[in-house]
Design a protein around this ligand. Structure first.
Ligand code: SF4
Ligand code: SF4
Length: 228
């Protein structure tokens, strides 16, 4: 979802693709865990993040909520989960006693990005560097290596698809085009179908695409038509 930032203040003024080299540091960060504490509700989880955490930890979405690893917040009219900062010193509950991420291999997309951000251009997105966020900024690293995600093109397509899907709905909710009752229905539909209902372990992207198509051509289409 969108966040207002002044690019001239927070970034080096450049936009990058995942094939670009950026001064980020070595592949393994210094582990100062600045980006793992006091992050408020900014580490918003997309469906693949929750799918990965649930499979890796064998804990359902409802259990993650109940044990306060995650929480729900309204982001531009849409209820979305984020990492709850409930550990010692306001840290993420996945930060272990050694100051390392206990789910490093499947850490959420926003954790992988840091200190990069995404800026959306209407169809896809580019990366930008938040220059003052991370002390580990000495060595140039290719962005796709920093992210450490297989099938980066498929992943980026998925991120764009999810972003613009939410943005479309959010725009209609915030403009008042969708009434209160249908806003509740849409929010419950998103939570149930993209977070609570498990995805099978393999081939996440295909399952996600099927669910998003079903939402757009079914229930949301009917609501938009009825309201339109
Ligand atoms: S702030 Fe930078 S160096 Fe510190 S843990 Fe995060 S990514 Fe690593
Ligand atoms: S999931 Fe891991 S990398 Fe992300 S905030 Fe929590 S401890 Fe840090």
């Amino acid at each position: 979802m969108d966040r207002e930032v002044d690019m001239s203040v927070v970034s080096d003024g450049r936009l990058y693709t995942s094939n670009d080299m950026v001064k980020l540091g070595s592949k393994d960060c210094r582990g100062c865990y600045k980006c793992c504490q006091n992050m408020g509700n900014s580490i918003i989880l997309d469906p693949m993040d929750v799918h990965n955490i649930s499979h890796w930890t064998n804990v359902t979405f409802e259990q993650l909520l109940a044990n306060e690893s995650i929480e729900l917040n309204v982001v531009e009219g849409i209820i979305l989960p984020d990492l709850k900062m409930t550990g010692q010193n306001g840290a993420c509950s996945f930060l272990n006693e050694k100051g390392r991420c206990s789910i490093h291999d499947i850490r959420p997309g926003i954790c992988r990005l840091f200190p990069l951000g995404r800026i959306y251009d209407g169809e896809s997105f580019k990366y930008f560097l938040q220059v003052d966020e991370c002390p580990n900024n000495k060595t140039k690293v290719k962005i796709k290596k920093w992210l450490g995600i297989d099938n980066i093109t498929e992943y980026e397509n998925y991120i764009s698809r999810w972003h613009y899907f939410l943005k479309n709905i959010s725009g209609k909710i915030l403009s008042g085009e969708i009434d209160e009752n249908n806003t509740k229905n849409i929010n419950m539909y998103i939570l149930n179908n993209f977070y609570i209902k498990p995805f099978a372990a393999n081939d996440f992207y295909t399952q996600f695409e099927a669910r998003i198509n079903e939402a757009e051509t079914g229930v949301f289409c009917n609501i938009f038509k009825a309201q339109g």
